[in-house]
Design a protein around this ligand. Structure first.
Ligand SMILES: Cc1ncc(COP(=O)(O)O)c(C=O)c1O
Length: 455
C-alpha cells in the first residue's frame, strides 16, 4: 500500500514538536489548511520503514516535508485497515494503565471511534469558562452512546467464554439494554432483557416507544418485572434466575450487569481517556481540560474516566452528576470497580459526585425539559432528558450558584447519548415545541388543474 505521509515541525515558543500523519492523497495540491489544522488523525512518531524526502513546503507556522512512504500499515496507523469493524482484536492497555489487574485480553471493535470533540457555546457561562463537548452520543451501534465502549470489552469476554446468548437488565427505557441487544445481534448472539416497569404495566405489552422499538426490531427476548419485585429480589438474583433457566435449556448465557458497569466494562472509559489524550495531541494551541463533566447512572463511566484521567496525562478533575442514587452510593460502588482492578486509589480522591436526580430517576420536571429544549435551540445539540440533560442542567445550575468555582476553566462535557429516551417524553415536550404553522400561499398564485406531481 502506498501512503503519502507529511512530517511537520510545529515551532512554538522555542519548542519543536514533531508529529506525522498519513493521507492517501492523489495530488500534491490537495494539501490544504483544513487537513493540517482540523483533522484529528495525528500519529505519534513511528519508525519510518522507508522514505524519500521531497522538497520542504512552508505552510503558515508549519514546516512540512512530504514523505512518500511504502509501508505495511500497522494497527496504530491512523488510516485504519479496512473491515476492522466488528472484529475481535488483542487489547493492549495504555502504558499508564498496564499495572491494573486483571487486564482485558481482547476487545471488539463496535464503536465509531474516536468520537468528535468540539466547542459547545452554552449560554450564561461564568467569565472565561469554556465548555467542550465529547460526542459519545454518536459513537455508533444505533445511537448506543457510552454503552458501546463498555460493550467492546464485555462482548469480547462473552465470545471468549463461548456464550451463545447475552442476558442483561435495566429500566423499561434502558439505553444499556437496547445497546446490548443491538451489539449482540451484530455478533450473532441472542439477547434476553429483563426490563423494570411499573406494577400496573407489568402484564401488558410494553409498546414500541423509544428504546423498546429498537429492542423489539432486533428480536431481543423481553421479560418484564415490576419495580417492587426488582427492589425486593435484586438485579443479580433476577439475572441468575434467567441464567439457570437458559442453562437448563442447553443455552450458554453470558450475564452483563446493570449498565454494563463492572470492572471489565470500566475499561471502556479508561480507553476513552487514551482517545482524548490522543485527540489533544493534535491541537496546536495546547488545549488542556481542567474538568470532565458527565452523567452518572450505574457508575461504570465515571470509574473509567476518573481512573484514566488520574493515571494518564490528562489529570482533569472528574465531576459526576448522579441521575438516580446519592453520591455516597456512587463513591462506594465506584470504589468496588476500582478495587476490582487493583487500582489502589480511593474513589473520593479522584471523582466528585453531585446529586442531579431531581424528582427521581427518569422523572423530568418541566424546567429540565425546557432546559433541554433551550440548549437544542441555542446550540443544535440535543441532550437526553434522563442523563446528559440532567447532568448539563446540574452543571449550569452549579455554575450559576458558584461561578468562582468554574471561572476560567476548560471543561470537557461527555455527551453519553440516550437520545431514544427522548421519545418517551414527547407528550411532556409537546407544549414546548409549538413552532409550526400552515403555509400561506396567496390566492393569486396560479394552481395547476388536477392533482399535480409530488416529486
Ligand atoms: C445515555 C446514558 N448516559 C449516561 C449513563 C450513565 O452511565 P453509567 O451507567 O456508566 O453511570 C447511562 C446509563 O446508565 C446512559 O444510558
Amino acid at each position: 500500500m502506498q501512503l503519502t505521509k507529511f512530517i511537520y515541525f510545529l515551532i512554538e515558543e522555542n519548542k519543536i514538536e514533531v508529529q506525522w500523519r498519513s493521507y492517501q492523497i492523489q495530488e500534491q495540491n490537495e494539501l490544504n489548511s483544513e487537513m493540517l489544522c482540523s483533522s484529528n488523525s495525528f500519529l505519534n512518531l513511528n519508525p519510518i520503514v522507508s522514505s524519500s524526502i521531497n522538497k520542504p513546503l512552508i505552510f503558515r507556522s508549519l514546516r512540512i516535508i512530504k514523505f512518500t512512504v511504502s509501508a505495511k500499515m500497522d494497527q496504530n496507523d491512523a488510516a485504519a485497515p479496512p473491515f476492522t469493524f466488528l472484529t475481535r482484536k488483542p487489547y493492549t492497555p495504555p502504558s499508564w494503565a498496564s499495572h491494573l489487574n486483571p487486564l482485558p485480553s481482547h476487545a471488539f471493535s463496535l464503536g465509531h471511534l474516536p468520537t468528535p470533540i468540539h466547542k459547545w457555546n452554552l449560554p450564561n457561562l461564568p467569565n472565561n469558562t469554556e465548555v467542550w463537548l465529547k460526542r459519545d452520543d454518536i459513537s455508533g451501534m444505533q445511537l448506543s452512546g457510552n454503552k458501546v465502549r463498555k460493550l467492546e470489552f464485555l462482548m469480547a469476554d462473552a465470545v471468549a467464554q463461548g456464550a451463545d446468548c447475552i442476558i442483561t437488565i435495566g429500566g423499561i427505557q434502558s439505553n444499556h439494554c437496547r445497546a446490548t441487544a443491538v451489539a449482540a445481534k451484530y455478533l450473532n448472539l441472542d439477547c434476553y432483557l429483563i426490563l423494570r416497569t411499573s406494577k400496573i404495566l407489568v402484564d401488558e405489552d410494553p409498546g414500541l416507544t423509544g428504546n423498546l422499538l429498537v429492542e423489539r426490531l432486533v428480536g431481543a427476548h423481553i421479560e418484564l418485572i415490576s419495580k417492587e419485585e426488582y427492589a425486593k429480589v435484586g438485579s443479580v438474583t433476577l439475572t441468575d434466575i434467567l441464567k439457570e433457566k437458559l442453562l437448563k435449556e442447553g443455552r450458554r448465557p453470558y450475564v452483563i450487569p446493570v449498565g454494563g458497569s463492572n470492572s471489565l466494562g470500566t475499561w471502556g472509559y479508561i480507553e476513552a481517556i487514551r482517545e482524548i489524550e490522543q485527540q489533544l495531541q493534535t491541537v496546536h494551541n495546547q488545549l488542556k481540560f481542567d474538568d470532565i463533566v458527565v452523567a452518572c447512572g450505574s457508575g461504570g463511566t465515571i470509574a473509567g474516566l476518573s481512573l484514566g484521567s488520574w493515571l494518564g496525562t490528562l489529570k482533569a478533575k472528574v465531576h459526576a452528576f448522579s441521575v438516580c442514587d446519592d453520591p455516597d452510593y456512587f463513591y462506594d460502588f465506584t470504589q468496588g470497580l476500582l478495587d476490582g482492578l487493583n487500582a489502589g486509589v480511593s474513589s473520593r480522591d479522584i471523582v466528585n459526585v453531585q446529586n442531579a436526580k431531581g424528582l427521581g430517576y427518569a422523572i423530568t420536571t418541566s424546567e429540565e425539559l425546557k432546559f433541554v429544549k433551550e440548549i437544542a435551540a441555542a446550540t443544535g445539540v440535543v441532550l437526553d432528558p434522563v442523563y446528559s440533560g440532567k447532568a448539563a442542567y446540574g452543571m449550569l445550575k452549579d455554575m450559576a450558584e458558584n461561578p468562582k468555582k468554574w471561572e476560567g476553566r476548560k471543561i470537557l462535557f461527555i455527551h453519553t447519548g440516550g437520545l431514544l429516551g427522548l421519545f418517551d417524553k414527547v407528550d411532556q415536550m409537546a407544549p414546548l415545541v409549538t413552532n409550526w404553522r400552515r403555509m400561506d400561499v396567496h390566492e393569486s398564485v396560479p394552481r395547476e388543474d388536477g392533482i399535480g406531481k409530488m416529486f
